[in-house]
Design a protein around this ligand. Structure first.
Ligand code: SF4
Length: 354
């Protein structure tokens, strides 16, 4: 099958008369003509095809801080592409216009065109984001390989629900960093997202072990995950499973899609940040609140302001190499010494300072 946007799915296995998709942990079992939970994959003639290969719903050059990735080439820019649909059911989705939409006729971009555009626009890397990038697995793998050849970095902004096999392929192809959204405790993720949060933690651990730089995000939603015990549980889990140096982004929610809880009060985010710090995390950020001091990086040892972030795209790095210039403490991350916009990242990529 060679229709534009349609490719054979890489991860699948026959089960009797049906075929199981092994792209994400929904593991949909599809009979002839059936479409998966995510609506982006279909069994045609005993083979599962992705319907969104290279189908780009959104394309923009974003500061890496927007992902958010705060300890990864600060001040760099990633050409970012999204496609359609999602494999989670979150009723508050902030990107619902594309993530709750089945595949639509969109712009087709080959991996070659996307990487060429990344270089031409002077970006330092790629990001697959906006909707769930796992659904674009086949396209991502080709993009990442081509981007690596151009000394670009590769990032995912994801709910972390891919299978172990899919994650391994992404790492092998050149995935450098991920921001993973942990949406709440087990009960909230089951009720609202129809998913198992343990899969997300499993994949986060695997990504860390594989050398992928990882940052975590929680969209703090009143009535869903703003209970101090829930926040304490997430923070403690980051410390125990991933390490105290993994950044945690607490993002303000605004009413969207089918959810009408009030916007997250700043005081709730500040209380959540306190909880994260009490649990032992070294870097807890507040996002979606313009000008908040907790959008900067401070040295956990001496308190010095190390990386200033003023809006998207204005980043001032005061590190000495990758360390605090006052007390010498090493700051975890990748590319923290990178200061240029000349598209040359050097060769330190793939060796996170943890
Ligand atoms: S990628 Fe889609 S079709 Fe495949 S298992 Fe996940 S939800 Fe199902």
């Amino acid at each position: 099958m060679s229709r534009s946007g349609v490719r054979r799915g890489l991860l699948q296995e026959p089960v009797g008369e049906k075929v199981r998709c092994l792209t994400c942990e929904r593991r949909c079992l599809l009979g002839e003509g059936a479409i998966g939970w995510c609506r982006t994959r279909r069994n045609e003639g005993g083979t599962i095809y992705t319907l969104t290969y290279g189908s780009v719903s959104s394309l923009s050059a974003n500061p890496i801080e927007k992902k958010p990735l705060y300890h990864f080439y600060p001040g760099s820019v990633a050409l970012t592409a999204g496609s359609w649909s999602c494999n989670f059911a979150c009723p508050w989705c902030q990107n619902y216009d594309i993530s709750k939409s089945p595949p639509r006729p969109g712009r087709y971009m080959s991996p070659e065109e996307f990487v060429h555009t990344t270089v031409a626009r002077g970006c330092q890397g790629t990001s697959i984001s906006f909707n769930e990038p796992t659904l674009s697995l086949e396209w991502s793998l080709e993009v990442f390989q081509l981007a690596r050849e151009q000394a670009l970095y590769n990032t995912y902004v994801t709910n972390g629900y891919m299978t172990v096999q899919a994650l391994a392929l992404l790492v092998e192809a050149g995935l450098d960093a991920m921001n993973v959204d942990v949406k709440g405790d087990a009960a909230a993720v089951r009720e609202f997202c129809q998913a198992d949060v343990e899969v997300v933690w499993r994949n986060c651990r695997a990504a860390r072990e594989a050398g992928v730089w990882l940052e975590m995000t929680t969209l703090v939603i009143p009535g869903v995950n703003d209970d101090p015990a829930v926040l304490r549980g997430i923070a403690g889990r980051i410390v125990s499973d991933l390490g105290a140096g993994v950044p945690w982004h607490l993002s303000a929610y605004f009413p969207a899609y089918r959810f009408d809880a009030p916007p997250t009060p700043v005081a709730t985010l500040e209380r959540a940040r306190e909880i994260g710090l009490q649990e032992g995390l070294h870097y807890v950020y507040i996002g979606n609140v313009v000008g908040h001091p907790a959008q900067h990086t401070y040295c956990p040892e001496c308190g010095m302001l190390l990386i200033e972030r003023w809006g998207l795209g204005e980043t001032r790095v005061h590190l000495d190499g990758g360390s605090c210039p006052r007390c010498g403490r090493a700051i975890p991350g990748v590319g923290l010494a990178w200061k240029s916009r000349d598209n040359s990242l050097g060769r330190e990529r793939g060796t996170p300072n943890v």
